[in-house]
Design a protein around this ligand. Structure first.
Ligand code: ATP
Length: 673
């Protein structure tokens, strides 16, 4: 557009113009463009007045600041009624400002050729389109001095945020005024020539890169700046004609504001930007549509979060709770987005224990297993958790895997395993107990025994630590207990192994937490239900290292209380022999006896640790270079010297004083001979 400000020639004219402008900005009847023009005129007049010593420098600078701010507020605002959103001005100003960076440096951009650039023309077209939908035709022109009506330049085409980085505008906010730009008159009046056809430069000297590329960093950068600005960012529209959700087609400000969110957070979550980011394949690559793929760390994080939470359809869904421990494997792990497959009752007589329903790999053609009525009242996530986390699917354990504890093993076979295998024979008085307690020092094989019961009786094994019931599922502990028993009922015969049962069934204390009390009550209720129902084949196996802390009511329900002591010499020998039989070992019989003697007071777990440590001895005797090259059978066998060394670091974990406590409790409440 042509915009020429005439310098006032006389003081009288100047004053009347001043009054006219004052009326224009206060009347409330003029358009935003007229107001902006009026403010700009005021700014120029302030300058003029100061230059003519009509006003003091202090006064001039105050007035200048005041009107420059008001002017910028209108120019920068994208409010359809009160702002002009004149981004084109900013970019042109930027281009001009570049020339002032160095006197020697010459910019390839000029007022005329910038309009010939392909991307600027695209912007103009997009801007025209957008402006057409935003401004009434009457508002789209500005009357300047003498009624010259000119269409607005491509206002809304260029990036809004650029104004903030515009040196000229920054200067305008300060005490300085317009730089020495081509086309500005001596009085500071500004002339902007209409587009003149010139050769469009193929490259932009500003960055020595093709202009198409120039647009990318320039506007990509401006776009980011703008995301933090209070106004919307029509500058983004530059890229959007190639975007599926281009706002160029937006019908009005509402559409536009929905697309261009006002704050950084919204900007990141705006669907179109999100979509654009989602489509981006890593940094440094360009989208098919040409959208620059520069991403801030926050955006990158967002993209990765999206990928994480919406994995490609073929990718395996993460298992619930993110753990694969004790799960049935990847095929069973359906993840939180997967379809819930409830467990189904296990047909009696299945001797394998463990998993009852088929993994997902069964295929969609297979009919879904019937939902057990008893589970319908439970929360699916709880059932899923029980099936994946609590139901143990480890390898079967045999009685031979457990060294020593012969009395406990014999008792368990008699009162638990056989009745579970032959419920038809073990009826009435011969009926199996519903709860047993294994107590003793840590690491003596209580968990092994629990697993072995399940494996040998063909039962489903549920293993849970009581402390996790009270701490892991805070507030949900009792629901979990109920769900656990319900799922176990559907998976009969079942063994529910509760480690550290003392923390669940400890004697009532004054400071006892309400939630712990509720869990305990629920557990006792469920245990009673399992005990009274003669059809249910559910065995609760509690294990504890602190039997003395168990509540009397609970103790009474765990009718068989079996002491699992430290392994005797024969059991320790069994453990060493068994473990060494799987390794290259040169231990002679008498050396094994020596190891057994020296390990008095060791638990089963300590013995295992001793053997592990000894097995590392031959490796430690090798040079580092040899370890890298030798074959497995070249590793020297485990010798007594290795055990000798291992005894220096592995010590018994159970204090002799604690043993006295167990034996005492066993004599009082235990079911041993
Ligand atoms: N009697 C045993 N026979 C063979 N190995 C044993 C025996 N006791 C313990 N172990 C070894 O110690 C490991 C730990 O045993 P386990 O977890 O069964 O002990 P625990 O009594 O349940 O311990 P905690 O009370 O600390 O839970 C076993 O995996 C096994 O390697």
């Amino acid at each position: 557009r042509t915009c020429k400000m005439q310098a006032p020639s006389s003081r009288a004219v100047h004053l009347s113009e001043w009054q006219k402008n004052y009326f224009a900005v206060t009347s409330g009847t003029c358009t935003a463009a007229q107001k902006a023009e009026a403010y700009r005129a005021q700014v120029l007049r302030v300058q003029y007045a100061w230059a003519n010593s009509e006003i003091s420098q202090v006064c001039a600078s105050k007035l200048f600041k005041k009107y420059a701010e008001k002017y910028s507020a209108i120019i920068d605002s994208d409010n359809v009624e009160t702002g002009l959103n004149n981004y084109a001005e900013s970019v042109l100003t930027l281009a001009r400002a570049q020339q002032t960076d160095s006197d020697k440096w010459q910019s390839g951009l000029s007022m005329s050729n910038v309009f010939q650039m392909r991307c600027v023309q695209e912007m103009m077209r997009a801007g025209e389109k957008l402006r057409g939908s935003l401004l009434a035709p009457a508002d789209a022109s500005v009357v300047i001095h003498g009624g010259a009506v000119v269409p607005d330049p491509p206002k809304s085409s260029l990036c809004g945020g650029s104004r903030e980085s515009d040196p000229l505008t920054k200067a305008a906010h300060g005490t300085g005024w317009a730089p020495d730009v081509p086309g500005s008159g001596p009085s500071g009046s500004l002339s902007v020539q209409p587009p003149v056809a010139t050769n469009t430069p193929k490259t932009c000297p500003m960055f020595s890169a093709p202009f198409g590329d120039l647009a990318t960093p320039l506007f990509g950068h401006v776009r980011k700046e703008n995301s933090g600005a209070p106004k919307a960012s029509p500058g983004l529209s530059l890229f959007l004609p190639r975007q599926p959700r281009a706002p160029a087609g937006s019908e009005g400000p509402w559409d536009r504001s929905a697309f261009y969110s006002s704050g950084p957070a919204e900007a990141l979550s705006a669907p179109t930007l999100s979509e654009a980011l989602r489509k981006t394949e890593g940094n440094g690559h360009r989208e098919e549509g040409g959208l620059p793929t520069f991403k801030t760390a926050k955006e990158q994080l967002w993209v990765e979060q999206q990928k994480k939470h919406h994995p490609p359809a073929r990718a395996a869904a993460p298992s619930y709770g993110g753990s694969v421990k004790k799960s049935l494997g990847a095929s069973r792990s359906r993840g939180i987005f997967g379809k819930f497959v409830p467990p189904v009752p296990k047909p009696d007589g299945d001797a394998h224990g463990g998993v009852q329903y088929k993994p997902d790999s069964a295929g969609p053609a297979e009919p879904a297993p019937p939902v057990d009525e008893r589970l319908k009242s439970l929360e699916p996530k709880m059932i899923e958790l029980i099936m994946s986390e609590i139901m143990d699917h480890g390898p079967p354990v045999t009685w031979d895997d457990i060294a020593g504890v012969e009395f406990a093993k014999a008792t368990i076979k008699e009162i638990v395993v056989w009745p579970m295998l032959r419920p038809d024979i073990f009826t009435g008085l011969r009926g199996p107990p519903k709860g047993i307690l294994l107590f003793g020092p840590p690491g003596t094989g209580k968990t092994l025994i629990g697993k072995c019961i399940a494996s040998q009786s063909g039962a489903t094994f549920f293993s849970i630590s009581a402390s996790s019931l009270t701490s892991k599922w805070v507030g949900e502990g009792e629901k979990m207990v109920r769900a656990l028993f319900e799922v176990a009922r559907c998976q009969q015969p079942a063994v529910i192994f509760i480690d550290e049962i003392d923390s669940l069934l400890s004697q009532r204390a004054d400071g006892e937490h309400e939630s712990s009390r509720r869990i305990k009550t629920e557990f006792l209720v469920q245990l009673d239900g399992a005990t009274t129902s003669s059809e249910d084949r559910i065995l609760v196996v509690g294990a504890t290292n602190r039997p003395q802390e168990i509540d009397e009511a609970a103790r009474r329900r765990l009718v068989k209380r079996l002491y699992i002591p430290l392994p005797e010499a024969s059991a320790r020998k069994q453990i060493v022999t068994r473990l060494m039989s799987r390794e290259q070992c040169s231990l002679r019989e008498e050396e094994i006896e020596l190891v057994v003697q020296r390990s008095a007071g060791f638990s089963g777990a300590d013995m295992t640790q001793l053997c592990r440590e000894a097995s590392l001895g031959p490796i430690r005797s090798l040079q580092a270079t040899d370890i890298a090259t030798i074959t497995a059978d070249q590793v020297p066998p485990i010798a007594y010297v290795d055990f000798d060394n291992a005894f220096r670091t592995v010590r018994p974990s159970v204090a002799p004083t604690d043993l006295a406590l167990y034996e005492n409790w066993n004599r009082t409440f235990g079911c041993g001979k």
